[in-house]
Design a protein. Structure first.
Length: 385
């Protein structure tokens, strides 16, 4: 597909500029079956913001507002923005500045999210805006998550245009990812409502830092939610993410109560969150609060952003924690960012047979029959159709 055709397919006003920030070449823009290279030239005028009324806030005296979207509960004075940098108080009314403004769009394998128990072998139209409500010192997409929308190139990508692209190219899912979807909540909600009504899927790839009311409003329009559980110690969240742990645990409890398919990723960083004791406590909490069938991805760290002095996570560390998670009763534990490792694949907890073969983002043999193990018939929890 030609670049002009892609932009026209979105139905937006922008006709120039790439759909990714300059420093994020790994999230290059594309759509299913597109073969043409994307022109990364960026004419002037692509660093725009939108003004759309925000949801989940309260008006205070003195034309201040109290944001109720995430646990930070920012109190924002006139003319100022919340911590995320994408929600602004204009004379006592709160607005989102990124609705319909995507800074990264790409078609990814669903396994890249990673979601391993969700339509294996399919693709997801993945998108993001600038901004985040955490500052993780190991963020791999910091070039968009830690900048304001005026500092990142974007294009107009209205919900209807995204839906048309998915229908045309046979992509069944839209994924809100790369940065933190909570901060572009209104945009995500509008897209999710449209996809749900059209019989398509929406999945959220999130840090879980969201309040319960907006989560419950959004959940009926979603098919899956992946949460990055950064660690199981308050100190890690405070020192490495400038955030707190309890709201993330509450998000996981809420997702469980809503019966929304959930997977968890834990990025294992040497010396910072790889201790056996805290991880065992985390696995025990997951098993007790969420059940044994929640997939847990133990992912290998690569030096990036503000943590470049630590090595990649040793595979033996991931294998040790994988064994502990299984000891604590978790049925589906994966080793991530280690292509070719046996623990990338899915195995039946009843008979031990491999039911989904994986190598990185590539899918091999699938031995599932209507969501059940093809060998013994035991149910394998997930979203398979």
């Amino acid at each position: 597909m030609k670049r002009r055709g892609f932009l026209a397919g979105l139905g937006g006003a922008a006709v120039g500029g790439a759909l990714v920030p300059k420093l994020l070449p790994h999230a290059w823009c594309g759509v299913a079956h597109a073969q043409d290279a994307i022109d990364f030239a960026r004419p002037e005028g692509q660093r725009r913001i939108s003004w759309v009324p925000a949801r989940h806030y309260e008006k205070l005296e003195g034309r201040k507002v109290l944001c109720r979207l995430c646990p930070r509960e920012c109190r924002v004075a006139r003319g100022e923005r919340g911590y995320c940098g994408v929600r602004e108080n204009r004379d006592g009314d709160y607005f989102t500045l990124v609705h319909g403004r995507a800074c990264a769009i790409h078609v990814d394998p669903i396994e890249k999210k990673p979601l391993f128990h969700f339509l294996p072998g399919t693709q997801a139209l993945s998108l993001a805006t600038a901004g985040c409500n955490m500052e993780c010192r190991f963020c791999q997409n910091w070039e968009i998550s830690q900048f304001r929308p005026e500092q990142v190139d974007s294009v107009a990508a209205p919900p209807a245009g995204l839906l048309r692209l998915c229908r045309r190219d046979g992509v069944p899912t839209i994924a809100y990812t790369y940065s933190e979807p909570t901060i572009f909540y209104e945009y995500m909600l509008d897209i999710a409502r449209a996809t749900h009504a059209a019989g398509m899927h929406s999945v959220v790839i999130s840090n879980g830092y969201i309040q319960e009311a907006p989560l419950r409003e959004l959940a009926p329009h979603l098919s899956a939610y992946k949460v990055d559980l950064k660690a199981y110690t308050p100190e890690f969240y405070k020192q490495q993410c400038n955030a707190t742990l309890p709201p993330v645990l509450q998000t996981l409890r809420t997702l469980r109560s809503l019966d929304l398919w959930t997977e968890i990723v834990v990025l294992i960083i040497p010396t910072l969150n790889d201790a056996e004791r805290s991880n065992r406590e985390m696995f025990r909490w997951i098993q007790g609060e969420l059940g044994p069938d929640v997939p847990v991805h133990l992912t290998r760290f690569h030096p990036t952003y503000k943590i470049r002095n630590l090595p990649r996570t040793p595979i033996r560390t991931l294998e040790r924690l994988h064994a502990i998670a299984r000891e604590e009763g978790l049925h589906f534990v994966y080793v991530g960012n280690a292509p070719g490792h046996a623990a990338e694949s899915t195995y039946c907890p009843s008979c031990g047979e491999r039911v989904i073969e994986r190598y990185g983002y590539f899918i091999g043999e699938i031995r599932l029959d209507a969501g059940c193990c093809g060998a013994c018939g035991a149910p394998i929890p997930g979203v398979w159709s």
